[in-house]
Ligand binder design. Structure first.
Ligand code: AMP
Length: 366
């Protein structure tokens, strides 16, 4: 999606991917090689004026090596912090940002101690420090009898144990910063996950927590001298936001910006990493995004829904895999009922009947 946006604005791309069927291939030259292949890295550095990435499970040594040869944004420092849950949560604390209680654990003994330190009745989530995404590398612990199984389940690797947060909703802040320090912020996205995977995002213009989320993003981006799009995944607890994690890249919960905002997150990421002025993040309509997980439903049925745009990623179907998304906008300004009805139809179509029945959630921006 970044390359689609960039091709339209005249950029040329080379991609380094270890997947032969990389869906970016039609938009530039694909170097299909292991990420630590130094010849491939050197070709990339020779070709590019600037290098970026859209996935944080890349070994830091790879980005550091590329960064020593060619400008790379976001920096390897931002990547190393965001790809280690212990480092990232420690930074949130250091910057005075609310986050859930957590302990580093790297043995069954420490895990048992940490769980009992939370106190009776407090559920916890064990997460691998690195390499986790979409709920992978995580295990919920509700009672001491589940501790040993959880430790097995995550593969007995260095982890953090987090207190499970009773949040009223999950939101994310998508922000961008350029090398000159210019920053822009999108309206908060309200997100619904199931089984650790994002299913639905709705843009919330004028959300009461917008300023709080912007302040958190500003603090992080200034501290890291950050360049590019940064996503903050947040829990809404009482009147406060707790930051769960950050992603140093364009983010799934910002995919709605393609049709829903004046400038998409992909355009703004490219603008930032190229040192260009950032684009307007205004949202003037109701907008939502429904993820397609595992398979793409009937394209004909989607086409029959007004203002729904289908994005198919060209990936083979696999249970739990994100293979596309649908953006729904309502530009009629008065048609909030139509927007809600269409969103329910889409959720039904992708098998999220339970979400579809959560009508209060579908209340629109109007
Ligand atoms: P993560 O991989 O940290 O983004 O977690 C995936 C999803 O699991 C989040 O979006 C939440 O829905 C849920 N989750 C993760 N950590 C916590 C937590 N400490 N308390 C409650 N829910 C959580």
């Amino acid at each position: 999606m970044m390359a689609i946006a960039g091709t339209k604005s005249g950029h040329q791309f080379m991609f380094l991917s270890d997947a032969a069927d990389s869906c970016a291939a039609p938009y530039g030259e694909l170097l299909c090689a292991p990420l630590d292949d130094t010849q491939a890295q050197d070709r990339l550095a020779q070709f590019a004026d600037v290098v970026t990435y859209e996935f944080e499970n890349i070994p830091c040594s790879v980005v550091q090596r590329i960064e020593s040869a060619v400008p790379l944004h976001p920096s390897s420092l931002a990547l190393s912090i965001a790809s280690d849950r212990l480092q990232e949560k420690s930074l949130f604390r250091q910057l005075g940002m609310g986050t859930t209680d957590f302990f580093p654990v790297d043995s069954l003994e420490l895990l048992t101690e940490a769980f009992s330190a939370f106190g009776a009745g407090q559920a916890a989530i064990l997460k691998t420090r690195t390499q986790g995404y979409d709920g992978k590398g995580q295990a919920v612990i509700n009672q001491p009898a589940q501790i040993a199984d959880a430790w097995e389940q995550v593969g007995q690797v260095p982890c953090i144990l987090e207190a499970k947060v009773k949040f009223s909703r999950e939101v994310s802040m998508i922000a961008a910063r350029s090398p000159s320090g210019e920053m822009v912020f999108y309206p908060l996205s309200e997100n619904v996950h199931r089984e650790g995977i994002l299913r639905l995002s709705i843009a919330r213009v004028d959300d009461p927590l917008q300023q709080q989320a912007e302040a958190m993003a500003r603090r992080l981006m200034e501290h890291l001298d950050y360049v590019g799009v940064l996503a903050l995944e947040l829990f809404h607890v009482g009147d406060e936001l707790f930051v769960n994690e950050i992603a140093p890249r364009v983010h799934n919960s910002g995919h709605w910006t393609i049709e829903g905002a004046a400038t998409s997150q992909f355009d703004n990421h490219l603008r930032a990493v190229c040192g260009l002025p950032l684009g307007d993040t205004a949202v003037s309509q109701s907008v939502a995004m429904v993820n397609l997980i595992g398979t793409v439903p009937s394209e004909k049925a989607i086409a029959e829904i007004a203002n729904a745009t289908l994005h198919v990623y060209g990936k083979t179907d696999r249970p739990g895999r994100k293979v596309g998304h649908i953006t729904l906008v309502d530009d009629s300004k008065t048609g909030s009922d139509v927007f809600a009805e269409n969103l329910i139809t889409l959720l039904d179509m992708v098998g999220e009947k339970e979400l579809a029945s959560a009508l209060p959630f579908v209340a629109t921006n109007s």
